[in-house]
Ligand binder design. Structure first.
Ligand code: ADP
Ligand code: TRP
Length: 339
């Protein structure tokens, strides 16, 4: 983690000398949440909950439309991901949780930002090329995805955006767009910093590549126990025999297991690998650890799933609070551009 945190304009507290820390992030509701999402995005965001001056965590449903084009499926996915967030520990008292589409200022700002965004900046976006190469339709929405993401962040004057490494370029594009706008029209935006924790920047999937919904190599957070077991038992290994010494640094099982352990526990597990734990046993231990770690969240999720009215209220209140900041930024932006 970065040693020093970036600041944005001083708050009025403390005579205006306290740096404000505004943390923001979002995830698309485009499939089941997995371990990579948890360690790469959710947990780093949760770590700031209650510590930042303000934390925004939203459901990027407008972004999801670039890949998920079925009304029924999106409706369900949006709902599922809210339950996931709440189960993981986002607390509506401490974080502002909302649907991106409930705050129309996102799309208004996106349009204005698109008028200062150089085409070349978007043409260099790796994520667009990757998605198209995987067969996702090359629409204008997919191409301008990073501009909407810039709007998501700049609207709230967020200065810290905890994400996995795959989002680094999107953050660079956001910063470039913010600088371009500020230089063209006058200071409107704080320049945000990504927060990419090196220890969890790329969580491997069951096949050893980056864990991703698009690669079919995920371990779901809230799937059935059977589906989690199937995924863990299917993790790739080399052909070393049961008693042979193994290198933990080269094992996907270890790379996943260590995410749940402190330094001391990691070291003793490494010793077990070197003294020849079998891969079967290592997987069983990972499964037990996984189920243990997420058990309280699974229970919490079931409880929230029964409280539909409460969840709706949380989202409505989140959107209301998000709008307060979004409207303030848009007033300034409209004034600067002459609208
Ligand atoms: P996916 O690649 O499965 O579609 P998303 O693009 O929806 O995942 O990612 C949502 C958030 O989770 C982003 O902040 C992303 O950086 C993070 N993330 C996704 N996969 C991983 C991974 N394997 N390791 C670390 N972070 C990840
Ligand atoms: N692009 C992000 C992803 O695929 C989701 C996202 C949309 C996001 N807007 C954002 C993340 C703003 C952080 C900040 O994971």
């Amino acid at each position: 983690m970065k040693a020093s945190l970036p600041t944005c304009p001083s708050s009025s507290r403390n005579g205006g000398t306290t740096p404000r820390l505004r943390v923001l992030s979002g995830i698309q509701p485009s499939g089941q949440l997995h371990l990579g999402n948890y360690f790469g995005s959710i947990k780093p965001n949760l770590d700031f909950q209650g510590k930042a001056d303000q934390s925004f965590f939203f459901i990027a449903d407008l972004h999801a439309l670039t890949t998920l084009q079925s009304g029924d499926l999106l409706l369900q996915a949006r709902r599922d991901i809210v339950l996931d967030y709440l189960a993981c520990g986002f607390d509506p008292e401490k974080s502002i949780i909302y649907y991106q589409s409930d705050v129309p200022e996102h799309t208004e700002l996106m349009w204005i930002l698109s008028t200062v965004t150089p085409m070349g900046l978007l043409e260099r976006a790796v994520s667009y090329k990757e998605k198209v190469s995987k067969g996702i339709a090359a629409t204008a929405g997919l191409f301008t995805y990073p501009v909407l993401m810039a709007a998501d962040i700049l609207l709230y004057q967020a200065n810290l955006v905890p994400v996995g490494r795959d989002q680094k370029q999107h953050l660079e594009i956001t910063r470039d767009i913010a600088v371009k706008f500020n230089n063209t029209f006058g200071e409107a935006f704080v320049i945000p910093e990504p927060l990419i924790r090196e220890d969890v920047a790329v969580v491997p999937g069951t096949d050893g590549q980056k864990m991703s919904k698009s690669y079919g190599n995920t371990i779901p957070l809230f799937g059935s126990e059977a589906s989690i077991k199937k995924a863990i038992m299917g993790i790739v290994t080399d052909s070393k025999g049961a008693d042979e010494s193994k290198n933990p640094e080269e094992s996907v099982i270890f790379a996943l297991h260590r995410l749940f352990l402190d330094a001391h526990e990691q070291k003793s597990l490494m010793d077990e690998y070197r003294s020849g734990i079998s891969y079967g046993e290592a997987k069983k231990r990972l499964l037990a650890c996984y189920m243990d770690a997420f058990a309280p969240m699974r229970t919490k999720r079931e409880e929230y799933a029964k409280k539909t009215a409460l969840v709706d209220e949380i989202l409505a209140e989140g959107a209301r609070r998000a709008k307060v900041t979004a409207e303030k930024t848009m007033e300034k932006v409209r004034e600067l551009v002459g609208l």
